[in-house]
Write a protein that binds this ligand. Structure first.
Ligand code: DX5
Ligand code: ZN
Length: 219
């Protein structure tokens, strides 16, 4: 069970400090938004490149941008450990995934709530992670969509049957009261923005969320 704090809810004027405050995390989730694929704008390549240099943990980039066919591989070249692009934005998702792996990153595909899980199933042999969105991408602090859980059940069965080491990530509305539902459904990698960054002790919240996920998956 991996916890990925999202710095979307961090203080952008004190990013390095806020990254160090979640040092118990497994990976760090960095949301790149372009104001076109989603109605919000965050940061881009130069900032991600610096985050990759200063962060003590591997960087998990989530691209909510148009034309990942052009841009995704540049995030791998900038030092990202994992690069997630949206299925809905890609012209040739298979090719994007192959380029990411060739550049030395883990390749990952994301699907929005309205996108059928079959689109991700078709790419399972080309990716190292599938991200199932449990909010409409664009903003932190939205309500968790429990109706997406059947996607995890479908993906978990397919991944286990294939024997491939594909991580199943959830993003959107993850907190103490929702993480167990996803862990039970088959998720193993949990993005949490507001739940971690609004906590008084951020590292303690990382550990608490991981404990809850592990316990839910065991029971
Ligand atoms: C939203 C982003 C998320 C966001 C999650 O589109 O992709 O990573 O930070 O925020 P919470 O955990 O607050 O729902
Ligand atoms: Zn995200």
């Amino acid at each position: 069970m991996r916890i990925a704090p999202s710095i979307l809810s961090a203080d952008f004027a004190n990013l390095e400090r806020d990254i160090r405050e979640v040092s118990d995390a497994d990976i760090l989730h960095v949301d790149v938004m372009d104001g076109h694929f989603v109605p919000n704008l965050t940061l881009g390549l130069p900032v991600v490149a610096r985050i990759c240099q200063v962060a003590p943990m591997p960087i998990d980039v989530h691209l909510m941008i148009e034309d990942p066919d052009r841009w995704a591989v540049q995030y791998a070249d900038a030092g990202a450990f994992s690069v997630t692009f949206h299925y809905e934005a890609a012209t040739n998702p298979r090719q994007v995934a192959r380029e990411l792996r060739a550049a030395g990153a883990r390749a990952s595909v994301a699907i929005k709530p309205g996108t059928p899980v079959e689109r991700a199933l078709d790419l399972l042999d080309e990716v190292d992670m599938v991200l199932v969105m449990t909010v409409e991408p664009g903003f932190g602090g939205q309500a968790f969509m429990a109706d997406q859980m059947s996607k995890f059940e479908t993906l978990r069965a397919a991944v286990d049957a294939s024997g491939a080491d594909v991580w199943l990530q959830v993003d959107g509305g993850i907190a103490r009261d929702t993480i167990g539902t996803v862990a039970k459904a088959g998720g193993d990698t949990f993005v949490a923005g507001s739940a971690i960054y609004h906590a008084h002790d951020r590292n303690a919240e990382v550990r608490a969320l991981r404990d809850l996920a592990e316990r839910a998956a065991r029971d």
